[in-house]
Design a protein around this ligand. Structure first.
Ligand code: ZN
Length: 349
């Protein structure tokens, strides 16, 4: 790559044109744009604490991860039927197409709806239909990662792994992840779930090192043997962990705007991203729950470029890392990398 610097407008065009992959975006929070939440609430004869875009904007305000999860549980209560799930997956696909995201891995946390009695069969039917719509109508490949709620009793979490394994006849579930309240809920508590998921052929990842410290990342790596870490930004506390992540080339799926709004760092400038990159750890950029953070993947790339001292080429490399470390099959990955490099070289060759 040359060391050319594009104008802001050309860089934005380049960011949109690159065929991209996003690895850290949740179906429940990531698709719950106010209009979709209101549509699903109406379909299910439910009331929400907001009635339009304006009242939604003030409702979607939060000051901590726990408060954020409470808001999420309210909007997610509108997800009840296969059709609701299909609409949510498709909404996610439409947002992907708008940004030229060709393949995305979407977290689905059954623990968020299971206690309300939403049948897993309805979830699977909806995921499958949404996946079909995204492929056929929007040119986007959607794969799912079933995300275990850290706070679930072990037996229930194990049952969620078994359900996910059985569902793979119907829908493309590539991996198993771990999510929700990190403090007080160590990943190792659900070690048996990851052993089962691994024996079933799932690829493994876990949210760790977001509001938990470096020891939480070690816990996910040593006890759950995950291949990637979602967030991982607190790894900065521990020099030995930074070295390990760099040596093993373990990808961190970093979500800068989410981290800022959930007060993981006091300001974007204080974010650990530059230090993680300088340590030689592969990172990619992600929007986590874009409607909750008023962001998207292209915005994350622009914000990171504007805030830190990264070159445009370094930002492009972060986008490329997502393709390289995705759980997609090697053929699909190679085709996308080749297309990505052609567009990159057009701008920076
Ligand atoms: Zn997340």
């Amino acid at each position: 790559m040359s060391d050319r610097t594009l104008s802001a407008i050309d860089f934005k065009t380049c960011l949109f044109e690159l065929p991209k992959v996003e690895l850290h975006n949740h179906l429940e929070g990531g698709a719950m744009y106010p209009d979709l939440a209101l549509k699903l609430a109406k379909r299910n004869n439910m009331e929400l604490p907001f009635s339009d875009e304006a009242t939604a904007a003030s409702y979607y305000q939060f000051e901590s991860l726990d408060q954020f999860i409470d808001i999420l549980r309210t909007t997610v209560s509108t997800l009840n039927t296969a059709e609701d799930y299909a609409d949510a997956v498709e909404r996610h696909g439409i947002e992907a197409r708008r940004q030229n995201i060709r393949y995305h891995e979407t977290f689905v946390t059954y623990g968020l709806v299971a206690s309300r009695g939403v049948p897993w069969e309805a979830v699977v039917e909806g995921l499958s239909e949404g996946q079909r719509r995204n492929r056929e109508a929007h040119g986007v490949e959607t794969a799912f990662i079933v995300d275990l709620d850290r706070t679930l009793p072990e037996e229930i979490a194990l049952e969620h792994v078994r359900l996910a394994a059985n569902a793979r006849k119907t829908v493309d579930i590539v991996g198993m992840g771990l999510d929700c309240q990190e403090r007080g809920w160590p990943a190792g508590r659900l070690k048996s779930c990851f052993e089962l998921a691994s024996s079933e052929g799932f690829r493994l990842t876990a949210h760790a090192g977001e509001d938990g410290g470096a020891e939480s990342v070690w816990d996910a790596l040593n006890n759950c043997h995950v291949e990637r870490i979602d967030h991982g930004v607190q790894a900065i506390e521990d020099e030995a962990l930074l070295t390990h992540l760099a040596e093993k080339q373990i990808l961190l799926t970093v979500c800068p705007v989410s981290n800022l709004l959930l007060c993981v760092f006091p300001s974007l400038e204080a974010h650990s991203l530059p230090a993680l990159v300088n340590a030689g750890i592969p990172v990619c950029l992600n929007s986590d729950d874009p409607p909750m953070f008023n962001s998207d993947l292209v915005n994350e790339a622009e914000v990171v470029y504007e805030t830190f001292d990264f070159s445009q080429q370094e930002i492009v490399t972060m986008l490329r890392n997502a393709i390289e470390h995705s759980f997609q099959d090697e053929t699909g990955k190679a085709a996308l990398l080749s297309e990505f490099d052609q567009v990159r070289d057009k701008y920076f060759g």
